[in-house]
Design a protein. Sequence first.
Length: 71
Amino acid sequence: MPLSSKKIPLRVVIYPKDVENITGRSDRTARRLLQNIRNALGKSSSSFVTVQEFSDFYGIAEELIYEFLKD
């Protein structure tokens, strides 16, 4: 019996390697981009950044981001 009819996403959290693949930037820059989001949202430096937060902050569609996460 399914818990809900909503499709479960591949994952919710985005990592620096994902940001590298999406933007073509270096590891250091990818980490800085995620830290920019944490700072803007008032999160601690150890907090996770979600795909939705990344999408909203940089204006990239969530569906497009999930295409990169499938690899």
